[in-house]
Unconditional design. Structure first.
Length: 849
């Protein structure tokens, strides 16, 4: 285990050792072997001031079960404990049969451990009487029972130099910050410390990072379950590539931030942003990032020491920051990453649906039951759910199994198989039935995808957005579906009974009819939601044919031209011919399949690709209403009404928020402008051209060459050359908001009344916002038909988005909340960089009068 190597790291670090000196009050400690009743505090028993607490153990001394070390400030204690939990639904107290040695918050009524020594080496009940935690003369910390070693810190001091020659003594001390340190004094050498060997908790002061000299990483690994602190499924670490949040079995990274994305500034901006913008953590935590020749790490400190705070990698794979509330006598979650618990890969286990907005967030699929209910209660959902009735696999040619639609979900994250020759719902369902291992299918855009084996990460609501229109058809035994239907019928009968027998019958018939349709008993139903799974590989000739030899150009962009095409099943598509893609076919296919996984109602859907010779083509769904710039700036008599504009604004914000936060790797669009916002027949906005960086390498210079004028949609950090973060998209989004608001391009400028001055529209807008006159900013073509409240909201958001300093700009998910009216914003300040650029150009004429 990599983190275990890092115990030698302590030798390199010089830490001040509070209370580790042999002259400290450690002589108040009980002699080894002497017992305290569980829960007794030495401090209060002796009635001594807290500085006299037994916070240290000298070499040769030992702690037995019932004893504990308490830090000088009384906040933390070290001792033997047995994990227990009261499970929510039944109120039953489940207690572990095994004992552990660990550190916990001593002043808090809810027993909360922050470090465990023998995570995977429990002390059994029979070993407990003889068990002791002993600091040996050479500085090794050992848990043993009746002479057999259960766990050891494996520390070895250089006794020649450290202890004998210098007359130094070795001791173990529990510091005020919860760090357990083996040190030698008077040299103050740290031989070992618990902060270098963390379990699943990051306390204020714990370094989160890696040592560049030894390569050792401080890895945080989640617990197995609520009563077993052993090494669990999820881990969190910062190594030479960046921050990784991943599952170990099956191995999958679900959250990653590359610190090498750009050379000058690494991941800190992300964390700082997240921390500083969240009002709950802003005044609580100070996050610092250190990157020198020896190590790279994050560390956080409390701005107010009176709070009790800890960061935890939860059993279900989510990072959480918890603050103790004295008032409520419970831990309050102030921050999570990822935002939704459903993002952690396969967190609910197979055949479950994860709903980030529900509590509990994991549930079984229809006609499935929990595989192991007790394990579920303890937070171990690896068994997921299993079928109530086995499938009918005796005869694949005429299986009696049927399909049950699970609507509005994100499709399973494990890759589906595409069945090319299934060209209808019916054939797709049949294709699934013909394999015993097939558990579900989806059919959309003439594409049939089937899933074999476990269905993982089927998410109903990722907590940011619940508008997925994908439908998954789950294969069930016919008996289960009949039962399902009967259950529903009973429910409906119960509600309607006594009203009227005729209406009852009529209703039942209606319901049966719709159910029949829904369940696909009479063949697969048609539906028109967004759907997806595998990406189709097109033949070049077919695309030539579909696009009439690339004759009907829809547009061009930084990455290539887009052509209209009609497929053989008369679906209209947009075919993008990439200019700058120089990768081999294999890598291209890999990028295509990862981009194909990014699906959201507000993102243009990738349907397929084609790869022939040097040609790289991408096939997208076609948007009938074209791009936003045409509708806004070249309206031929038709004006977008306010409600449509507001819906477009919210949609784009949601799409961007999804790109930034809920994909496995944060995707920065880098080219948000009206040309890249497409509208479907019902004017639902879809962002186009995302993920292009994957194809053209991280060379964005072509974007710089395609933007118009001096002030466009580019954030100042593009020009100054510092690292690019998702905030560049926020900036561009802000610029687009002004254009939607005014119905004009920002660039021509606005004449200031009674002067010859021309000002940049966004600046004019901030001035007007300060004056409380948003009305005059809104497109005159609307003739006052708009919601003043929404217009002001849009204007405020836009102004915050274009702030010079990226830390002042909100995140896209905050923008979504503001636009939805769930949050309010202060009046934005004037961005100085912008003001400087525009004011100068017109000053001479202004001053003359
Ligand atoms: C469960 O019971 C044990 C022993 O009866 C007790 O020590 C522990 O505090 C209880 N746990 C909870 C969470 O109440
Ligand atoms: C301790 O170990 C010794 C030798 O292995 C054994 O004889 C003795 O019974 C053990 N004592 C207990 C209490 O387990
Ligand atoms: C100490 O060394 C033993 C034997 O090499 C190993 O099994 C154990 O995991 C080590 N303990 C720690 C805490 O590294
Ligand atoms: C102990 O320290 C001495 C003096 O610094 C050094 O010569 C010796 O090699 C060290 N021994 C070990 C085992 O590290
Ligand atoms: C070590 O301690 C002994 C006895 O207390 C003392 O005589 C000796 O001078 C000390 N040595 C050093 C190097 O401090
Ligand atoms: C946060 O910590 C850094 C480094 O420890 C320090 O320079 C800075 O002043 C702190 N900020 C606040 C607000 O305390
Ligand atoms: C988790 O649950 C699975 C299935 O019920 C079980 O096999 C496994 O032992 C459990 N793991 C732990 C650590 O309890
Ligand atoms: C699709 O192809 C497979 C074999 O490649 C064949 O077994 C199946 O019958 C075909 N299905 C249809 C609907 O043509
Ligand atoms: C989406 O979530 C919001 C808030 O959680 C809820 O009000 C809304 O009804 C949900 N929409 C759907 C389609 O489930």
């Amino acid at each position: 285990m990599a983190p275990l190597l890092s115990m030698f790291l302590g030798l390199l670090l010089l830490f001040s050792l509070q209370g580790a000196s042999p002259c400290s009050a450690a002589n108040d400690a009980l002699a080894a072997g002497e017992a305290l009743a569980a829960g007794d505090k030495l401090v209060s028993r002796n009635g001594r001031p807290s500085s006299a607490a037994n916070d240290a153990l000298a070499a040769g001394e030992a702690l037995a079960a019932g004893d504990k070390l308490v830090s000088r400030n009384g906040r933390f204690a070290l001792g033997f404990f047995r994990p227990s939990v009261v499970v929510g639904s039944s109120g039953v107290n489940i207690t572990s049969p095994d004992w552990y040695v660990g550190i916990w918050f001593d002043k808090i009524s809810e027993f909360t451990t922050v470090w465990v020594a023998n995570r995977d080496d429990p002390i059994t009940e029979t070993q407990l009487d003889q068990a002791q935690l002993k600091l040996s003369e050479d500085g090794n910390l050992v848990i043993s029972s009746n002479a057999s070693i259960i766990w050891s810190s494996n520390t070895t001091a250089n006794t020649t130099t450290a202890a004998t020659a210098m007359n130094a003594t070795i001791s173990l001390a529990l510091s005020d910050n919860g760090n357990l340190v083996i040190g030698s004094s008077p040299t103050s050498n740290v031989l070992w410390q618990s902060f270098d060997n963390p379990s699943d908790v990051m306390l204020p002061g714990t370094k989160f990072g890696w040592n560049k000299v030894t390569g050792a990483t401080r890895m945080f690994v989640s617990k197995k379950n609520s009563i077993d602190p052993g090494l669990g499924l999820y881990y969190f670490q910062l190594d030479s590539t960046g921050i990784v949040l991943a599952r170990s079995d099956p191995a999958k990274t679900y959250w990653f931030w590359s610190s090498k994305r750009s050379s000058n500034e690494p991941a800190i901006s992300l964390f700082k942003q997240l921390m500083s913008i969240n009002p709950q953590t802003r005044d609580l935590i100070n996050m610092t990032y250190v990157d020198n020749t020896e190590e790279e790490y994050f560390v956080y400190f409390l701005l107010d020491e009176s709070y009790s705070v800890y960061g935890l990698l939860d059993i279900s794979g989510q990072l959480q920051i918890n603050v103790w509330s004295e008032e409520k006598q419970s831990w309050q979650q102030v921050y999570t990453q990822p935002i939704s618990p459903c993002t952690a890969y396969a967190t609910c286990g197979p055949f479950t649906v994860c709903n980030g907005a529900a509590r509990p967030f994991c549930g079984c699929m229809e006609s499935f039951s929990r595989g192991s209910p007790r394990d579920w209660e303890l937070g171990n959902r690896t068994a997921g759910c299993s079928r109530d009735t086995p499938l009918d696999c005796s005869n694949t040619a005429s299986s009696t199994d049927v399909f049950h639609a699970i609507a509005r979900v994100q499709l399973p994250s494990n890759n589906p198989q595409t069945v090319d020759n299934a060209t209808s719902h019916d054939q797709c369902a049949k294709a699934c039935l013909s394999y015993c291992s097939c558990n579900a299918y989806s059919y959309q855009n003439s594409r049939c995808s089937v899933w074999h084996g476990d269905l993982l990460s089927v998410n109903k609501n990722d907590g940011i957005d619940n508008s997925s229109e994908d439908v998954l058809y789950l294969r069930l035994a016919a008996r289960d579906v009949l039962r399902l239907r009967n259950n529903r019928r009973k429910l409906i009968v119960g509600v309607v009974i006594g009203v009227c027998i005729f209406s009852l019958l009529a209703m039942l018939m209606l319901i049966l009819l719709t159910l029949k349709k829904k369940l696909g008993l009479c063949g697969a139903p048609p539906h028109d939601g967004q759907c997806g799974g595998g990406i189709m590989a097109f033949r070049y000739n077919d695309l030539c044919h579909a696009t009439k030899n690339f004759s009907e150009k829809l547009g061009g962009g930084g990455f290539g031209s887009v052509f209209k095409g009609v497929l053989s099943d008369s679906t209209t598509v947009a075919v993008k011919r990439l200019d700058g893609a120089r990768q081999g076919e294999k890598q291209f296919r890999a990028e295509v399949s990862s981009i194909g996984l990014i699906q959201h109602i507000n993102l243009v859907k990738l349907i397929g690709f084609c790869c022939k010779g040097d040609e790289r083509l991408l096939v997208y769904e076609h948007m009938l209403n074209g791009s936003l710039d045409v509708l806004l700036f070249q309206s031929n008599g038709s004006v977008l009404d306010w409600a449509t504009r507001y819906n477009i604004i919210i949609g784009v914000a949601r799409g961007l928020s999804y790109l930034h936060q809920s994909c496995q790797e944060c995707i920065i669009h880098c080219d948000i402008k009206p040309e890249n916002i497409l509208l479907n027949t019902s004017f639902v906005p879809k962002i186009a051209d995302f993920g292009m960086a994957a194809f053209v390498g991280r060379d964005f210079s072509r974007i710089l060459t395609t933007f118009r004028g001096t002030i466009g949609y580019l954030a100042p950090e593009w020009i100054s050359g510092v690292a690019i973060t998702p905030k560049v998209d926020v900036y561009s989004f802000g610029m687009v908001l002004f254009e939607i608001l005014s119905g004009r391009r920002n660039t021509p400028g606005v004449h200031i009344a009674n002067s010859n001055c021309v000002t940049f529209f966004p600046l004019h807008a901030i001035t007007k916002l300060h004056e409380g006159d948003v009305h005059s900013l809104v497109d005159t073509e609307l003739h006052g038909n708009f919601s003043p409240e929404e217009a002001e909201r849009v204007c405020k958001v836009a102004c915050w988005c274009i702030q010079d300093n990226e830390f002042d700009r909100p995140t896209m998910s905050e923008v979504v909340r503001v636009l939805e009216g769930l949050r309010d914003l202060d009046v934005p300040p004037m961005p100085r960089l912008l003001a400087a650029i525009t004011k100068c150009s017109t000053l001479p004429q202004c001053d003359s009068s």
